[in-house]
Every structure is written in C-alpha cells, then in structure tokens.
Design a binder for this molecule. Sequence first.
Ligand code: ROI
Length: 168
Amino acid sequence: MTTSSSETIAYLGLGSNLDSPVDQINKARISIRGIKGVTELAFSSLYISAPMGPQNQPDYVNAVMSIETTLSPMALLNELQTIERSQGRIRGDQRWCARTLDLDLLLYGDQVIDLPELTVPHPGMVDRPFVLYPLHECAPRLYIPGKGNVADLLEHCPIDGLRRLESD
Ligand code: ROI
C-alpha cells in the first residue's frame, strides 16, 4: 500500500515588496488554497518590515500560512514556484533583490530535507523576525526540527522594526 495520500502539516512563508505587496500576498493565499491536495489551516496577520539585505528596495509585507497537504515536498515546491511565476516573479533574479512574490517552504512535518533544490527547515528562518513572529502566531507550540521551540527562538530574535499591519 502506498502512503502517498497521508496528510502532512507544512508551513509556508510569503513575502512581497513590489506591485501592491498586500494584494500579491492575498492573491497568493487564494492560489495556494486552490492547489489540489492542499488545505489551509491557519494564516497569520500581515507584517511589514524593512528589507533584510540590500536596503535600496521597498519594505516587505510578510505572512505565514500553515497547510495540510498530501503533496510531497518537491511537488509542493513546484506548485509554489508556479504561483510565483504566475505573479511575475522572475527567477535568476539577483540574490536578495526586490520581488513581487516569494513563497518559501519553511517546514514540512518534522522532516529535515537537504537537497540541492530544497532545504527544510528553511535556512535562516530562525534568525528572521518576519518569519518567526507570524509563524508563532500560527503555531505557538511548534517545534522546529533541529532548531528548537518557536517560542524560545522568538525570545532571542529582536523584533527589529517588524510591525503588524492592522486589518480593517
Ligand atoms: N526582507 C524582509 N523584510 N522580508 C522578506 O521577505 C525578505 N526576503 C528576502 C530578503 C531579500 C532576504 N529580504 C527580506 O528574500
């Protein structure tokens, strides 16, 4: 019997700093909900932060979404990259430059994945307030494999100007 239809909880990071970032994030959320084999579990508030990396780019809007999925990590990654492309993301971009949409597979169950195309847990996520704060909002008791509890990691991660966008 195959086990490929079993459900895994995964966490996705969403980011945008071009072409109406709030609209980009909301549109991406709808597209992710539309992926066959994906069900939304939670969606964080939207957060605004100064760019990490080169400063000569607009502020970012970030959020985290938790999903339940029957897709494999690579199949999920492919779906996310299709959505990035459909929202005008051009890969081969200079590293750390502005983008219409960035969709990161942060966590896939408790798996540790080290492939050329995919590293999970997402490297750097534990140092990034714009990932940890929305992630904590979705799953306050989450353990990040090999890294620690999100609540403990948060205590050591300065908020660094991150602010929550008020919803209307
Ligand atoms: N900075 C912020 N604040 N938010 C992001 O999503 C983000 N994404 C990136 C880099 C360029 C590292 N900086 C970022 O890819």
